[in-house]
Design a protein around this ligand. Sequence first.
Ligand SMILES: [Zn+2]
Length: 363
Amino acid sequence: MSVQRLKFKEIDKIDLSEISSIIDKKASSSLNPKLDDIVAKNGDLLEVRIAYNSGWDRKSNGLTPDAKKKFLDADKSYHRMTNTNMTIHVGKRDVNKQAELYIKYKYYGEGNPVLWPGCSFHNWGLAIDLAITDTEALIKSLKQNGWKQTNKNNPWHFECSGSRDYEKAANVIKSFRVSKTGLAFRWSEQIAWYYQKTKTLNKRIPTYNNRLQESKAYAQALLSEIESFNIDSQALKSRTNNFNKDVGKFNIEHGKANRLLTEINSMHSSSQRTKKSNEYERILDKLEMESVRIAKEDNAIENENKQALSWNAQLHREIADYRREDDCLTIENKLLKKIAHEIEQHKSNAVLHLKSIETQTWK
Ligand SMILES: [Zn+2]
């Protein structure tokens, strides 16, 4: 009898490097957001308001000696006319109080409009606000004693224009008001900047913080997905390793069968040949079964690897998305911190300007 030739070829092993690789630690370590939330600035600038909050003089005591004398003379003459005294609501008002009133009106809509700090004659002890009872007598007695009603819209407000100090104060006030360089002008600019930027900053902070939270959650989800991907990928690799071992064994068996066939074909004894032929057939059946199993496994591994490769690509796209967002957030973070820093600078500049105004205004 003739013995059929081996119908199987040796099977190639799968190249492990073609199996989807796990995502390295470097890629996933970049998924730890390092940014912090940014805390909103105190919107109503309590600090500034408290720093400027000091009292004012409700009597004539804060007026310059000259203005005080002129007021008392006017009061005497008023008394002769009306048999009552004048009532001062505001006499001397210091520059800090002036600053506070200015901020309150301009940025909080409280109270009445007032001049910049240092620019009101109240700050110099040269102006008074009076209770108006007998207008005619009031104006007459004040006018006779060197006081002037300077603004028809504020009929209660009088300035001691007859005082020898008045012109001196007026000159300094003029210098305070000079555009760009005047202390009061600069103070008002710094304050305006401060409020505007604080508003901008506080508007942008919630958006930034929300985006940051979302980005952190995204990173967390992505990290755990990468972890399961890596576990699956590791499993696929060891499955492939086992497959390759089986292929190795199969190929060894395959070689043995080939040698057995050669041996059989060179045999002369027919009984021996029959015996060996049966053995050869059994080996062949086994090899056939094994080759079917290996082919199935080969297919399965190939499919799994295809899926893993597309998952891998998707994860890398998601990592890139995360990094783009993280870059944007880093830029926004820097910008917000810069604005916050500039706000602080403008605040301290405003405080410095106000101090300079205070020093240049006599007490
Ligand atoms: Zn006034």
